[in-house]
Design a protein around this ligand. Structure first.
Ligand code: F6R
Length: 242
C-alpha cells in the first residue's frame, strides 16, 4: 500500500485530483468509481477547474457511484444522486448517459444491485476507484460487522453512521436506515484504488488500515489485499502514525 502524506485537506484534494486527471489523460474512456461525502468535495472542485481550463475532458469518461441511500428519491436534496450532480456532474462536460448511480427508488433493490454489478462488468470494470473512509473504517456503506458482503447489496446502516449523517438532515428520523452499496469485493475488483483521509476523527481508522491487519471490524483494512492502493492522508489523520 502506498502512502502519500499531505500537510492538510487542500493537499489531499490536489493529490487526489492529480491522480484522477492523470488516469483520464492516460485512458480517456476511463471508468471511475466515485464517492460522496465531505472529503471528496475539494477534489471535485479541482477536477471542475481542470475541466473548465481544458486540461481534462470528461466526455468519454464513465462513472459509477459507490452507494445511495434507500429508499430515497433522486430529487431529495440529501440523495447521493442530488449531491453528485450539484457538486460535480453539473459543472463538467460528462455525457449524462455515462453516469451511473444506484437507484434509491428501485422496486426490487436486489435486482438493482445485480444489474449494477453487470453494468460495471460490461463497462470493462473500474479503472480508478476513489474512496473516503468512515470514522469506524467503513468504505462505501460496508459497515464493521462479523462478516462483510462481497457484491453490491442492500444494507442496514449502523447507528453511528446514521448519527454521523444526521448532520445533513433536519432531524435524525429523516436519515434513511438502509442503503444500496457496492460490496467490498466490487471495490477490490477496481484496477487501482485511492482512499482520501482527512482530519483527526479518522486517525484511528487510518492507523488500523496501515497496520496491515485485516479485520471485518474495520472494512477499509480489506484494501490490504489489493495490489494497487494509494492512501492519501493529511497530518491530522496521520497523528497516530509514528
Ligand atoms: C460515500 C461513502 C462513505 C464516505 C464516508 C466518509 O459515498 O461511501 O463511505 O466516504 O462516510 O464520509 P466523509 O467524507 O463525509 O467523512
Amino acid at each position: 500500500m502506498k502512502l502519500i502524506k499531505c500537510k492538510d485537506y487542500n493537499e489531499v484534494s490536489a493529490a487526489a485530483a492529480n491522480i484522477t486527471a492523470a488516469q483520464i489523460k492516460e485512458k480517456p474512456g476511463s471508468v471511475l468509481g466515485l464517492p460522496t461525502g465531505s472529503t471528496p468535495l475539494g477534489m471535485y472542485k479541482k477536477l471542475i477547474e481542470m475541466n473548465k481550463s481544458g486540461e481534462i475532458d470528461f466526455s468519454p469518461v464513465i462513472t459509477f457511484n459507490l452507494d445511495e441511500y434507500y429508499p430515497i428519491s433522486a430529487d431529495n436534496d440529501q440523495s447521493y444522486y442530488y449531491f453528485m450532480h450539484k457538486n460535480f456532474f453539473d459543472h463538467i462536460n460528462i455525457n449524462t448517459q455515462n453516469i451511473h448511480i444506484l437507484n434509491g427508488e428501485a422496486d426490487d433493490p436486489e435486482r438493482e444491485c445485480g444489474d449494477y454489478e453487470a453494468m460495471i462488468e460490461n463497462a470493462g470494470g473500474i479503472d480508478l476507484q476513489v474512496l473516503g473512509i468512515g470514522q469506524n473504517g467503513h468504505i462505501g456503506f460496508n459497515e464493521p460487522d462479523d462478516f462483510l458482503i462481497s457484491a453490491t447489496h442492500k444494507t442496514h446502516l449502523t447507528e453511528s453512521t446514521v448519527k454521523a449523517n444526521s448532520r445533513f438532515f433536519s432531524s435524525i428520523d429523516e436519515v434513511p436506515i438502509y442503503a444500496l452499496t457496492m460490496g467490498v469485493g466490487s471495490i477490490l475488483k477496481a484496477k487501482k484504488i485511492i482512499i482520501l483521509i482527512s482530519g483527526k476523527e479518522k486517525a484511528e481508522a487510518l492507523k488500523q488500515l496501515l497496520s496491515g491487519k485485516i479485520t471485518t471490524k474495520n472494512p477499509s483494512t480489506m484494501l490490504n489485499m489489493h495490489r494497487d492502493v494509494t492512501v492519501i492522508a493529511d497530518e491530522e489523520a496521520l497523528e497516530l502514525i509514528k
